[in-house]
Design a protein around this ligand. Sequence first.
Ligand code: SF4
Length: 106
Amino acid sequence: MKTSRRHFLHHVMVVGAGMAPALILSRAARAADEKVSESDPTAKSLGYVEDATRVDKARFPAYAAGQRCGTCSLFQGKSGDAWGGCVLFGAKLVASGGWCSSYTNS
Ligand code: SF4
């Protein structure tokens, strides 16, 4: 059986259209799993660290032991999550045990 060019193109378009949602979803999933880097400019300006015990206490004297992302009002993860979203970092994740100078618990 000889495949016409039109038939071939139709097949490519149908298969391609079927794959598009999967590609979009995998890109979204990747973006959602991306962790905030301490070297990110916003993270640096806020003094974000993945481990709150490493907070630069000279630079951020308001830091109090025990403060961490997991207890911050801006943390969007669930209790017990190691990583979760933060209002300040869009789709990127912050460490539950991390901290930044915007910490609030009101
Ligand atoms: S605002 Fe809160 S949750 Fe977000 S990085 Fe700072 S301390 Fe962590």
